[in-house]
Design a binder for this molecule. Structure first.
Ligand code: FMN
Length: 170
């Protein structure tokens, strides 16, 4: 798909059918995450693929936002392998993981797979429920699947500020 079409077609899907994401499409999505840039090329992300009833029930215990998606990716990062920026206030962990997640979100759209970026959760509780290692912090979940029949983008998908409100040439 043309890049502009991918950007246009992506939307947050909030009701999924039971149809599972094909393994080769999932592989393409995961690979797009693998190719994302990270600070100093640290690649501190760790992506978990959840598809079993048992693991999806754990997701349902920490967020109401799975919306019936048959696959959920958990994007975490290694807190001990981040690049701290000058000034010491921020580091690359969340930023790098967000770029990985963005690549995967757009790759899903390219594969015709519907998705939703989910952050309505307590990241510490989520890591605990999933049994992630102590050094990993959860950034977000990515619901993946196919939209249930008759559903589509919510009205706010079309609502974007004008460029003049968010861009300033200085
Ligand atoms: C950082 C981030 C966190 C989000 N968290 C949630 C969430 O927890 N639950 C949810 O239903 N949607 C969530 N969304 C989806 C947004 O609500 C959605 O992207 C926004 O309303 C615009 O709609 P669109 O993606 O269809 O264009 C999140 C999106 C982003 C980028």
């Amino acid at each position: 798909m043309e890049f502009k079409e991918v950007i246009k077609n992506r939307y947050s899907c909030k009701k999924y059918s039971g149809r599972q994401v094909e393994a080769e499409k999932l592989e393409a999505i995961l690979n797009a995450g693998r190719l994302a840039p990270t600070a100093k090329n640290l690649q501190e992300q760790h992506v978990y693929v959840l598809q079993s009833t048992q693991m999806l029930e754990k997701i349902d215990a920490v967020t109401p936002c799975r919306y019936g998606a048959p696959t959920v990716l958990v994007v975490a990062f290694d807190k001990n392998n981040v690049f701290t920026y000058p000034g010491g206030k921020r580091n690359s962990g969340a930023e790098d993981a967000a770029i990985v997640a963005t690549h995967m979100t757009l790759a899903a759209a390219d594969e015709g797979v519907d998705s939703c970026w989910i952050n309505f959760l307590d990241p510490d509780k989520t890591a605990e429920v999933l049994g992630l290692p102590e050094n990993e912090e959860v950034l977000m979940l990515l619901d993946l699947g196919y939209a249930a029949e008759g559903t589509g983008p919510l009205p706010n998908h079309e609502s974007r500020k004008d460029l003049s409100e968010t861009v300033t040439y200085i």
